[in-house]
Design a protein around this ligand. Structure first.
Ligand code: NAP
Length: 251
């Protein structure tokens, strides 16, 4: 595979300090991109920045706060002047049992997974270059029931819907900007590490029985799909979705 699919491109990746986002940052850098990583945890941001070296900006921001997204965009503008690839990937998952769900949790998960994705896109739009690629991280949970995590599934369905509608926006089309989703299934990241060995064994057993390929996916599997959506190879895809789920949502 050619190693310069993103030569001279500027990519902003939310959640770029962990899991799927970090694997994508590494792959984008290998392909020549400069990257802006956005996350909340200063330690993992600093660690990622040290690993990735030059042409990397690591910014601490909470994507559920629009003023903090604005800071990310103005610092990106100051350093790089534009955005060629926007990967709105930051997200949280674990939900409390439905009867114990408080209003504050509802606002928390919607704030990060839906409001965060929407405003990351809206506030990046003035900086997006002609022909830019926008990728949202949805989930296999976007079109099926997700017992135990109803709000998570609802947020990811909302993200899938946003990609369809925003891709058709007049300004977006006029600038040749494409908007697509990557929808992971069960991927081994810090998000899916369980609290106890018993819980981990139970989820491993679920994966063996429910995932047609009978195994976890790796963050790098999703990063490769993100690379395809980011670069010119996917020039005729918009409003679309790539599922990276070992068949979980398909079969
Ligand atoms: P992860 O390793 O926990 O990464 C989540 C990332 O999101 C972290 O970098 C985290 O940064 C960032 N983040 C969370 N809340 C944020 C906020 N308010 N502001 C800024 N950054 C925030 O998990 P992952 O599995 O890579 O998840 C990445 C995306 O994939 C998520 O949208 C998730 O829903 C989706 N997904 C994952 C799976 C899976 O099986 N792993 C399946 C389907 C979809 P900080 O730690 O610094 O806050």
């Amino acid at each position: 595979m050619s190693k310069s699919k993103l030569a001279d491109k500027v990519a902003v990746i939310t959640g770029g300090n962990s899991g799927i986002g970090l694997a994508t940052v590494r792959l984008f850098k290998e392909h020549g991109a400069s990257v802006v990583i956005v996350g909340r945890n200063p330690k993992s941001l600093e660690k990622a920045k040290r690993e990735l070296g030059e042409n990397t900006l690591a910014l601490q921001a909470d994507v559920s706060k629009v003023d903090q997204i604005d800071d990310v965009m103005s610092q990106t503008k100051e350093v790089f002047g534009r955005i060629d690839v926007l990967f709105a990937n930051a997200g949280v998952s674990d939900c409390p049992p439905i009867q114990k769900t408080e209003e504050a949790f509802f606002d928390f998960i919607m704030g990060i997974n839906v409001k965060g994705v929407f405003f990351t896109f809206i506030r990046a739009l003035p900086l997006l270059s002609r022909g830019a690629s926008v990728i949202f991280t949805s989930s296999v949970a976007n079109n099926r029931g997700s017992l135990g995590d109803p709000l998570y599934a609802a947020t990811k369905a909302a993200v899938r819907s946003l990609a369809r509608t925003l891709a058709a926006d007049d300004e977006v089309l006029e600038k040749g900007i494409r908007v697509n989703c990557v929808s992971p299934g069960c991927i081994q990241t810090p998000l899916t590490v369980q609290d106890t060995p018993e819980m981990q064994a139970a989820i491993n057993k679920y994966i063996e029985s429910a995932v047609p390929m009978k195994r976890w996916g790796q963050p790098e599997d999703v990063a490769k799909a993100a690379l395809y959506l980011a670069c010119a190879d996917s020039a005729y895809l918009t409003g679309s979705e790539i599922a990276v789920d070992g068949g979980l949502g398909q079969i």
